[in-house]
Ligand binder design. Structure first.
Ligand code: GLU
Length: 279
């Protein structure tokens, strides 16, 4: 009898202890999901990872030394939607290779940098709803006989891609006989193409359009060969920040400000009509 009483007491105590531990674990977990959001709210600043070298999307102008592009404007617009008029957008440069590591190191609140939403990447970051419909395309010298992806699917053809991008997978799938050569950034990819070290550069059409605009001897060929929907990435589990971004995107689409930005940056570029790129 005595033993049963004691056993009951111990069991009750254990139960209490376990519930407290698991409840506080839940509290810690839910606190963590608002960490980035609370931080941007209290600092009135969102630190965005953006491109600094990509015409049309995010580029530091050599003339003004200021950042400009569709994604820079979009980041500013979303910042105001999320934080109000006095909200500040801060920008840090990312490349295809550094986007995810920088986000994981807590250097950034979000990445808005021509980043395709893929299932593989979803394992390490969370994505917003898509904001731009890009597509993998090819850039060659205007004098090149290559006119489409089919022409590249031959032994001896070399396709240049930037490290850490989706283009390598697209080419491996669509032109398996071609050799893929990877370079660190698009400057190196373009130089390699100009120097005759490859037959084409493969990446998103918008990125290539920005490069081709600066080089008369280069052009885009063959249309798009794979769809690349861009999303804004946040650290995995930062649900409150992700919700705020999605809500802001929805508002920008509803009030037309998003469409104005698409028109401002892509309005007169063939193949980038609002219908083709907007979500
Ligand atoms: N959209 C491509 C990707 O996500 C290219 C990105 C980039 O060059 O940064 O892999």
């Amino acid at each position: 009898m005595k033993h049963t009483k004691l056993f009951r007491k111990v069991a009750a105590l254990l139960f209490l202890l376990l519930t407290t531990v698991s409840l506080s674990a839940c509290a810690v977990e839910s606190d963590n999901s608002v960490r980035v959001y609370n931080h941007v709210k209290s600092s009135k600043t969102i630190t965005w990872g953006v491109k600094f070298d990509m015409a049309l999307f995010g580029i530091k102008s050599v003339k003004t030394n200021k950042l400009e592009g569709f994604e820079i404007d979009l980041a500013r617009l979303l910042t105001k939607e999320i934080l109000g008029k006095d909200g500040k957008a801060k920008f840090i440069e990312v490349t295809a290779q550094t986007k995810i590591p920088q986000l994981k190191n807590n250097n950034l609140d979000a990445v808005l940098a021509t980043m395709t939403i893929t299932n593989e990447r979803k394992k390490s970051v969370d994505f917003s709803t898509p904001y731009f419909k890009a597509g993998t395309s090819l850039m060659t010298k205007t004098s090149s006989p290559i006119k489409s992806i089919k022409d590249l699917n031959n032994k001896g053809r070399v396709v240049i891609v930037a490290k850490g991008t989706t283009a390598a997978d697209d080419i491996a799938r669509l032109a398996p006989k071609a050799t893929i050569r990877q370079h660190n950034d698009y400057g190196a990819c373009t130089n390699a193409l100009l120097a005759g070290q490859g037959d084409a550069v493969a990446t998103d059409n918008g990125i290539l359009a920005g490069i081709a605009k600066q080089h008369k001897s280069l052009h885009l060929v063959g249309g798009t060969v794979a769809v690349e929907p861009y999303g804004i990435a946040v650290e995995k589990g930062q649900t409150k920040m992700l919700e705020a971004i999605n809500k802001a995107l929805k508002e920008a689409k509803a009030d037309g400000s998003y469409h104005k930005l698409v028109k401002k940056w892509f309005g007169n570029i063939p193949g980038f009509s609002a219908k083709e790129v907007e979500y």
